[in-house]
Design a protein around this ligand. Structure first.
Ligand code: ADP
Ligand code: MG
Length: 383
């Protein structure tokens, strides 16, 4: 790849917009979720790891006492003072939301100027929004000398997105961007927020995760997401439990008999079985049996396709062709209706697997996919 690095691009954007050098650079990664889809808002389990792709914020003090932000994607700075949700709209809302969430929690937020650059693909389910929020949040905490322990940070970034931006997402994305570590997957209990760093050094096993961006156009994502959340809540209410997390696989058959709606039954079955697949994946990784997680990944995909109904042809074809090319397992990752697929493969099969998927796409006339090997990287930090 040629052209400036992401930190270089953020610094250049800062200098161009504000005519001075930044005080520092902060980076936060995008993420993929290895397994555990739509389980976060059901108080369940997820297992993301951080991508090498990240968002970098070049940040410096603001002499006018306000906040300004620009991006390589939107070079004209957006400037705002103290605001309430709804006042800053568009992409600037993600930054205004972080300032608001910190202030609302009682912190004195330093006024700063920010320039952003990123190589996290936007809107592909790799969480460019959380990468942006987490980079900005970490910069504000460091520059302001704010006493915000790591374990509180994801919920602050999540509030920015839920309340200020108005996107009803779970805690997964921000937790991953802030708390992931190199060569580890982050096992997160979305009820207690307890985390455990799980060994995930695939190269040592001769394995790799190939991420395949389907490049499929996202359609109806927000509406479908809201509809899935409602179904899960309705199923939990009908079963008399606080969340679907509280139904075990042993109780599943009995629970399904008590639901009289076939759609609710299938939605609930996905969540209950998916939580168990996360637990099983964690056990296998803990004991170094990495290849054996493959069938769990593939079963997760089938559950998302048949029971939760959140896949599209492009991701189903990517999973199928990766498996035919010899992957140990493959599944869509992210909220669904497009986005990315991940495949567990032998490290020397990356090019062949990517080529097999590309050729299947070409045969069907789909927009070409983009594929790369993802190595688990570090969470948000000052550079
Ligand atoms: P995802 O998080 O899956 O990438 P979202 O729709 O949640 O998709 O977030 C994407 C939005 O985040 C973009 O439409 C834009 O508003 C904002 N965003 C993310 N990264 C940047 C960036 N580098 N510069 C400007 N806006 C960004
Ligand atoms: Mg997002």
């Amino acid at each position: 790849m040629s052209g400036p690095t992401i930190p270089g691009a953020a610094t250049a954007a800062f200098t161009e917009a504000y005519g001075t050098e930044p005080a520092g650079l902060w980076a936060a990664p995008g993420r993929v979720n290895l397994i555990g889809e739509h389980t976060d808002y059901n108080d369940g389990f997820v297992l993301p790891f951080a991508l090498p792709q990240r968002t970098v914020a070049a940040v410096g003090p603001a002499p006018d006492g306000r906040w300004s932000v620009c991006s390589t994607l939107a070079p004209d700075p957006v400037t705002f003072g103290v605001t309430e949700p709804g006042e800053v709209t568009g992409w600037g809302a993600y930054v205004a939301g972080v300032v608001w969430a910190l202030r609302d929690a009682g912190f004195e937020v330093p006024p700063v100027r920010i320039a952003l650059a990123s190589d996290v693909p936007l809107g592909s389910g790799l969480s460019s929004s959380a990468a942006l929020e987490s980079a900005v949040l970490t910069a504000l905490i460091d520059l302001g000398g704010l006493d915000v322990p790591l374990e509180r940070r994801p919920a602050l970034a999540q509030r920015a997105e839920n309340v200020y931006v108005g996107a009803p997402t779970g805690i997964l994305d921000q937790s991953a961007s802030i708390r992931c570590r190199k060569d580890r997957a982050l096992f997160l209990d979305c009820r207690s927020y307890r985390i455990e760093q799980i060994p995930f050094d695939l190269a040592a096993e001769g394995l790799a995760i190939l991420v395949i961006n389907s490049n499929a156009p996202h359609q109806h994502v927000d509406g479908e997401y809201g509809e899935r959340r409602k179904s899960c809540e309705a199923a939990a209410a009908a079963l008399g439990v606080p969340a679907l997390r509280d139904v075990s696989t042993a109780e599943l058959d009995g629970a399904l008999r008590r639901l009289d709606d076939d759609v609710l039954r299938r939605r609930a079955r996905h969540i209950v079985t998916e939580n168990q697949r996360v637990l099983d994946t964690v056990s296998l990784l803990r004991s170094g049996r990495v290849r054996e997680i493959g069938p769990l990944l593939t079963a997760s995909h089938a559950s998302m396709r048949d029971d939760f109904e959140i896949t599209v042809d492009q991701v189903d074809v990517a999973v199928q062709s990766a498996l035919e090319a010899g992957a140990y397992g493959a599944r869509m990752t992210g909220g669904g209706f497009g986005g990315c697929v991940l495949a567990l493969i032998d490290a020397d099969r990356a090019e062949a697997t990517a080529a097999a998927v590309a050729s299947a796409y070409q045969k069907r006339g789909f927009t070409a996919p983009t594929s790369w090997v993802a190595v688990a990287g570090p969470g948000a930090a000052r550079l």
